[in-house]
Design a protein around this ligand. Structure first.
Ligand code: ZN
Length: 254
């Protein structure tokens, strides 16, 4: 069994980044990332068509800001293609019913991943991993990621990274700052819904735990990409049930 890191390590992931992200909230999140020198995972939507992510007119400086954050140590993630979750099917991480990927044929999923990668690369970005809108993807998505040369994703409820279907999963289990004693924990925030109070909670947490924050590169260098042990698979299943129960009571967007 892969040992759990102790004390716990944390990754920060910022979702739903696109030119129409709330400029006020995104600017405050950027400032916090820079203040504490966090090497965050920045999940960027290549060609957003989701009206729910249109919080402002498109910011012409958005792509330049993202490029600057990449230069400063941020890791770019491909957050779907257009963030349009039109199919209705069950995901490997079954928190939502609607998906941009799950339920679609391989050729379509490959095409969306390839188009998204091309758009981000055309902006000077180097996408390193996949973040599925709505946590929603299936085994065909994993095959498409392998075929398109992007064999890492951020999702799942184990406490260490693991290999499944030829793709390395870096778990994402938290939607706000929560202190843990051991394991690797990814805290996901959505700038559009991260107002001053939530941002302050994150700031307090960063002050206390700054030295426990790691990066995508450190994680893939430190942890072997191997299948989960039986005991960690049981933990993963139990944690999924708990989170799915909470999601049913209070729907999160992602
Ligand atoms: Zn999203």
């Amino acid at each position: 069994m892969q040992p759990l890191p102790r004390p716990a390590q944390y990754l920060l992931r910022v979702d739903d980044l696109c030119p129409t992200v709330s400029p006020k909230h995104w600017s405050a999140v950027r400032e916090l990332i820079r203040q504490f020198g966090i090497r965050a995972i920045l999940a960027v939507v290549p060609d957003n068509q989701d009206y729910a992510l249109c919080m402002s007119p498109p910011d012409e400086g958005f792509w330049e800001d993202i490029c600057a954050m990449q230069r400063e140590g941020g890791t770019i993630a491909l957050h779907g293609y257009q963030h349009l979750c039109t199919s209705r099917t069950k995901s490997l991480v079954p928190l939502h019913r609607r998906s941009e990927f799950a339920g679609h044929p391989l050729a379509e999923q490959c095409s969306r991943i390839r188009s998204g990668l091309a758009l981000l690369r055309g902006r000077g970005l180097n996408p390193r991993l996949f973040v599925a809108p709505n946590h929603s993807f299936d085994r065909i998505t994993l095959r498409a990621l392998r075929e398109e040369g992007l064999p890492h994703l951020s999702d799942g409820f184990a406490r260490v990274p693991f290999l499944r279907d030829g793709v390395t999963w870096i778990p994402q289990q938290l939607w706000g700052p929560v202190s843990r004693s051991e394991g690797l924990w990814t805290i996901c925030i959505h700038p559009n819904s991260t107002g001053p109070q939530r941002l302050n909670e994150l700031k307090v947490f960063l002050k206390k735990h700054r030295d426990q924050f790691t990066s995508f590169d450190e994680v893939i260098g430190r942890f072997a990409s191997v299948p989960l042990s039986l005991s960690e698979r049981l933990h993963e299943r139990l944690a999924l049930w708990q989170v799915a129960f909470r999601f049913r009571r209070h729907r999160h967007r992602s």
